[in-house]
Design a protein around this ligand. Structure first.
Ligand SMILES: *Cc1c(COP(=O)(O)O)cnc(C)c1O
Length: 481
């Protein structure tokens, strides 16, 4: 399998080459040259593997369709090492929980539990694999990598828990000082591993991001200190996420003739893009429903064909903060497919129109209706009031407590429910991460998994710093040997 850029660059690369890279040289995103196709027989075989050998074996089967530069035995070992019940809490790794009304034959919805990893958000599903892939590939090359990132919460902690103790990798993670939830701060700052460095910057999330960009734009510094990232445009993260659409499908269906729909709480369009890839491979997905919060860039596109990025000032701080985005960094991948892989047009709209005018308009493009038709996308948005109501309703009706992001998914999923097709909502975090909104909705504290008892009291390792590029650079060079 070779990978190409959505903006038409001539290079074709192998998986391990793009594993440690960010954007393609022309600013595009990497995608496989084609999506491997699974027919009924192949799906039946995967269903049997899932049923008899479980998630790690299924992950190996799917990854090996896209990765031909890691020996099969090594890739299998990496999957087995990553997806264990010790790390993900259950033997199934991603169990399906029916939400069923008493007296009804069918569940109203299913929740697919993706948030039982070390940081209680679905990002662990991909990041844990990425940690093992990085360690493997860096050892093979005899290289080191210093990951520099900015986080408002979930991504940073998932990256740190994936990279802690890994040979050849250091993490420098900036976050806005005092702005993450107390639980999130405790999760990150209580890591005492030598290769993990928390940097709390005076400022907001955008200041952190600006600093990371400024450091990365110093190409000499970047090369010398082998600076890399783990952001959501990384193809390996997306690929790892494809696997749980298969596992969800096999749990919600008995035979390959049945279709299943998924609703996905969305921010950067990484998670739902993995569903698109699964569907392109032949997984019988009916609808892919994109759920946004008040920051509804994506809902607007699927309703109107107009993609209009927000300014920082127009991006709201909501109670589902991991979906507070001004633009969706993975969206270019889907649009490239929607435009029948027209790289010239993709380059024109993402590389030129968007930076010049802040929007593009596909409403009159003959291919736009395929988004809902051929590609099966629907969308909806949810607000703080919807979120509170949905958390209350799901708790009262089904006795299940959901987090704020998952609530956005459930709210939108209920609008698209079709009794003939099972609807799976991806559970993207556990309520304990966003306790204050749960208290607002239910008047009580969310349950806390036993391993997180008292983490706010643990010793913390964090460097508080002014948001200054030279200070960050000095800190990095001090901590690299
Ligand atoms: C990151 C995140 C999302 C958004 O996922 P995308 O892949 O960016 O669409 C949703 N919910 C939670 C809890 C997250 O951490």
């Amino acid at each position: 399998m070779r990978y190409l850029s959505t903006r038409g660059h001539a290079d074709r690369k192998q998986f391990c080459e793009i594993l440690l890279e960010g954007l393609a040289p022309d600013g595009g995103l990497y995608l496989p040259e084609s999506y491997p196709q699974l027919d009924d027989l192949a799906l039946t075989r995967l269903r049997e593997i899932w049923q008899s050998q479980g998630y790690a074996a299924l992950a190996f089967e799917i990854l090996s369709l896209y990765i031909d530069d890691i020996p099969a035995a090594d890739l299998r070992a990496l999957c087995l090492k990553t997806y264990t019940s010790e790390v993900f809490g259950t033997k199934e790794i991603v169990p399906l929980k029916p939400l069923q009304t008493a007296g009804q034959k069918q569940p109203d919805l299913y929740l697919e539990a993706l948030s039982n990893g070390p940081t209680l958000a679905f990002k662990d599903m991909a990041m844990q694999l990425l940690g093992n892939l990085f360690e493997y590939e860096l050892a093979r090359r005899g290289e080191e990598l210093n990951i520099l990132g900015a986080t408002s919460g979930d991504t940073g902690s998932a990256a740190e828990y994936a990279m802690r103790g890994k040979k050849g990798v250091r993490v420098f993670m900036t976050s806005p000082h005092g702005r993450m939830s107390p639980f999130q701060q405790a999760q990150m700052f209580s890591l005492l591993d030598e290769n993990i460095h928390n940097i709390a910057l005076d400022g907001v999330f955008d200041d952190c991001q600006d600093i990371v960009k400024a450091v990365s734009n110093d190409l000499a510094f970047k090369r010398h200190y082998k600076i890399g990232t783990v952001n959501s445009i990384n193809w390996a993260r997306l690929l790892a996420q494809v696997v749980y659409y298969f596992a969800g499908y096999f749990q919600a269906s008995q035979a390959n003739s049945q279709k299943v729909s998924f609703t996905v709480p969305s921010g950067n369009f990484g998670n739902v893009c993995a569903g698109h890839v699964a569907r392109m491979m032949g997984l019988p997905i009916d609808r892919l429903v994109v759920a946004t919060n008040e920051n509804d860039v994506l809902d607007e596109f699927f309703r109107t064909g107009i993609y209009r990025v927000r300014t920082t000032a127009n991006t709201l701080e909501t109670s589902s903060p991991s979906m507070d985005i001004s633009k969706a960094s993975n969206f270019e991948r889907f649009v490239f497919d929607l435009l029948e892989r027209d790289a010239v047009k993709t380059k024109a709209i993402f590389g030129e129109d968007l930076s010049r005018t802040g929007f593009f308009d596909l409403s009159t493009d003959a291919r736009f209706p395929k988004a809902a038709g051929f590609y099966g996308f629907e969308s909806g948005r949810s607000t703080h009031a919807d979120r509170l109501k949905t958390i209350q309703q799901v708790f009262a009706q089904y006795g299940v407590m959901i987090d704020t992001h998952t609530a956005d998914g459930v709210k939108v999923a209920l609008a698209y429910r079709n009794p003939a097709v099972p609807m799976v909502v991806l559970e993207t975090a556990l309520p304990i991460k966003f306790a204050s909104t749960i208290v607002e909705a239910l008047g009580r504290q969310p349950d806390r998994p036993a391993q997180f008892e008292g983490i706010e009291l643990l010793p913390k390792r964090v460097q508080v710093m002014k948001a200054d590029v030279d200070l960050i650079k000095a800190f990095i060079s001090q901590h690299c040997d």
